[in-house]
Design a protein around this ligand. Structure first.
Ligand SMILES: Nc1ncnc2c1ncn2[C@@H]1O[C@H](COP(=O)(O)OP(=O)(O)O)[C@@H](O)[C@H]1O
Ligand SMILES: [Mg+2]
Length: 111
């Protein structure tokens, strides 16, 4: 599969998310760079360092929607988890396992 270009990713996001143009561009470029890094690492048989994206903003502005839409554009499994419930839980390990199980289910068992 040829990777989507940043502008193709933005175009896809535009179909589902209103506004948030800066966030769309930043996400698209970061994701594009991430896949490129993976491809280079595979070719060079080297490991990549995990990179993260922190989306900050008021409730209901489309952060989760952006991530969900992005996962559709890329064809990667996606789940959301609430960190507040994790921090309050007495059964932290079980909760984390449950999150991972949901992710594995979304990935149709493909670890
Ligand atoms: N920019 C947007 N474009 C389209 N729908 C949006 C947008 N922002 C929020 N929504 C809708 O409002 C609801 C809450 O959005 P959500 O992504 O869960 O917000 P957040 O994760 O930032 O709190 C969802 O139903 C989402 O589809
Ligand atoms: Mg959210």
């Amino acid at each position: 599969m040829t990777p989507l270009t940043p502008s193709q990713i933005v175009k896809f996001l535009d179909q589902h998310v209103v506004g948030q143009e800066d966030a769309k561009k930043q996400l698209a470029v970061a994701v594009y760079a991430h896949f490129k890094k993976i491809a280079f690492a595979k070719a060079a048989d080297s490991e990549i360092v995990k990179s993260n994206i922190l989306l900050i903003g008021p409730t209901g502005t489309g952060k989760t929607l952006l991530c969900e839409t992005l996962s559709k554009a890329l064809g990667v499994p996606f789940v959301t988890a609430n960190a507040t419930s994790l921090a309050q839980s007495e059964y932290v390990n079980e909760e984390i396992e449950a999150i991972l199980q949901r992710l594995i289910d979304k990935a149709a068992g493909d670890i």
